[in-house]
Design a protein around this ligand. Structure first.
Ligand code: GLU
Length: 292
């Protein structure tokens, strides 16, 4: 396996310290680590832009769990909370390109909009995660009104103008995917997400923006992550295109499901690595549980 540039392949595991790691994270971390061990480099990145939910204790929990699993990674670890200026600079660039706009609708206003729309019997479109697409109202505001709202510090996020961003494409977007065991090209469909959020009112960046910037900055060539992020890759490919960043290869792996066939969640602690360890599991048991 070699990267496009002929350099060593670079893999990364990028957890958010907003809960303890569970078996699904272990699968991601081990796959990345083991693939990198053969021919590449393995990075750990802490995705802690959500300052309200991420804590230093949970970050230390990540280091403890991964060390217990027997994994090692390059130092220093990149912590996203130390790079808000870089994400802001990219956002400014997108503002300068006219590809993002300030979005003033609160969650409850979006909900009310959808409710009113659907009361008429029609269905408002949802994104691949099931959330309603952002209504187009802010894009219709007169420029003076937007300027007044901004100068009065009205709470707002910044959203990608999907239509404008898509209009910059010269050819359909796709990506190289090898999660099924063979390499295939997947057609990207960013429009399915509507005007995604790139900077929140309560956090200076968003997952989509910071993940794309960091993967490029860290020279990540192979993205190995769960199937739950498969559709988000469409948005990432579009951001890579407009920001002129390289496209890595993708490998979306199976999800670890609970006994009710639901994706494991950080809020339910029973399959946390910490709980499994406390109940006597060994790192080899974890690999066996994951059929690795
Ligand atoms: N930080 C994300 C999470 O914990 C993963 C990001 C990624 O692998 O692209 O779900």
């Amino acid at each position: 396996m070699s990267s496009l540039s002929g350099q060593k392949p670079v893999f990364r595991f990028a957890p958010s310290p907003n809960g303890r790691l569970h078996l699904g994270h272990a699968l991601s971390a081990i796959l990345n680590h083991d693939m990198a061990k053969v021919v590449g480099r393995f990075l750990l990145r802490i995705e802690d832009i959500d300052l309200t939910r991420c804590t230093p204790e949970l970050e230390h929990g990540i280091y403890d769990d991964l060390t217990w699993l027997g994994l090692t990674w390059e130092q220093p670890v990149r912590r996203q909370s130390e790079h808000f200026d870089e994400y802001r600079a990219a956002l400014e660039k997108l503002i300068g390109m006219g590809l993002v706009y300030p979005a003033f609708m609160s969650r409850s206003e979006i909900k009310a909009f959808v409710h009113t729309y659907e009361a008429g019997g029609k269905k408002w479109p949802r994104d691949p995660d099931g959330a309603p697409l952002y209504p187009p109202l802010d894009k219709r505001r007169p420029a003076e009104e937007v300027a007044t709202l901004l100068s009065s510090n009205a709470t707002h996020a910044w959203r990608l103008d999907m239509k404008k961003a898509m209009s910059r494409l010269v050819a359909p977007l796709d990506w190289e995917e090898s999660g099924s065991g063979e390499k295939v090209r997947i057609k990207a469909d960013p429009a399915a997400w509507g005007d995604v959020i790139l900077s929140r009112s309560d956090a200076p960046s968003s997952y989509h923006l910071s993940v794309v910037l960091d993967d490029a900055l860290q020279g990540v060539t192979h993205l190995v992550r769960g199937m739950d992020l498969f559709h988000a890759t469409s948005v990432h490919r579009l951001l890579q295109h407009v920001l002129e960043l390289p496209a890595p290869e993708y490998y979306h792996h199976r999800l670890v499901l609970d006994e009710n066939n639901k994706k494991l969640s950080k809020s339910e602690g029973s399959t946390s690595l910490q709980a499994l360890r406390d109940h006597g599991s060994t790192p080899s048991d974890i690999r066996r549980l994951l059929s690795l």
